[in-house]
Write a protein that binds this ligand. Sequence first.
Ligand SMILES: [Mg+2]
Length: 431
Amino acid sequence: MSESPLAPAASPAASAPAATHLTSLLAAPAVTALTPEPRTLLVKVFGKDRPGITTGLFTTLAEYGVDVVDFEQVVTRGRIVLCALVTAPRLEGELRANLHQWAEGQRLQAEVISGTGDNRPRGEGRSHVTVLGHPLTAAAVAALSARVTACGGNIDRVFRLAKYPVTAVELAVSGVPTPFLRAELAQEAAAQRVDVAVVRSGLQRRAKRLVVMDVDSTLIQDEVIELFAAHAGCEEQVAAVTAAAMRGEIDFAESLRARVALLAGLDEDVVAKVRAAVRLTPGARTLIRTLKRLGYQVAVVSGGFTQVTDDLVERLGLDFAAANTLEVVDGKFTGRVVGEIVDRAGKARMLERFAVAAGVPLEQTVAIGDGANDLDMLNAAGLGVAFNAKPMVREAADTAVNVPFLDTVLYLLGISREEVEDADGGSLLSS
Ligand SMILES: [Mg+2]
């Protein structure tokens, strides 16, 4: 602490001895000095959890008429850590002795720390950071927390959201603007091979939202056009064009027209076979069911075809859908699509349109996708999630999920596995 620049203003007694001078500088400024912080006691209890610990502690404290300022408790693998911040009583010495006596009787460790006031206020710039690991290594946690510290942030709270199908923890971080923290942690997450989502804290996080999903390789494990191509005997040819388009190497609309042309002459009755062949991504049903229960609206927007998305809308109870339609004449595909193509820009437009229809501001929307044609939609949404995406998509999105379970998106929204299972009546199945 450098005292010289402050000395004349802070200490009118310029000739005061050095020790007194320092004391006056260290004292709180005049405004707070008029209302000194009350003395408080921090009581920490640690040991084997059993019923009655919280009651026992507070019954002991109650005998001294103290007030509760803060109270937090965590139980991990049968061990309890309980912290109570209370106002200091007149008979502090006696309270301390009684607390230690009670703790010994319970075979608990107790610590009582004197001080003043409440917790320090949390810093400006508050975020929720969700970390998904499969597994979550200690090295990854060390690297991520070091990055938070290096940004000038502080981890204020940690909470486990899930142990299945991935280990998911949520950190409340303060002291760093959210976009900066997001960029820093995204780099570290890639290096540590974990998934990290950083969202601004606040009411908006819990507000009713709209989730818009891509279909091919996101909601379902397949690329629908390849399922059609298998029936037309041109699967390999189509797959090669699809891969190039998803990597962003060729224009999506152009590639779609080229691929659809290969389907010309195919009988319309393959639609039923393709619908039956579609495989939902693991966790898709859990994600949609849980979102619907929470009052979210759920939509799909696909560069694929209404011939398949119509069926998904019905099976999954989706609220909105947009996709291309394969033209059919006399029961056969013509090799053309009807009307305007849902391409990269079209997907973002659909997100906006659905948001208006759902009455949800864009910042309360979530978009999920894997391909280059999803990028505009991911960037336009309040939270864009690249799901097992191609590298260029992963790098451009807010958040990347690289585990093959769609229900992990719930953890990014702060919904815990326990809440999902409670809503399902205790079912442990991820379907
Ligand atoms: Mg896709």
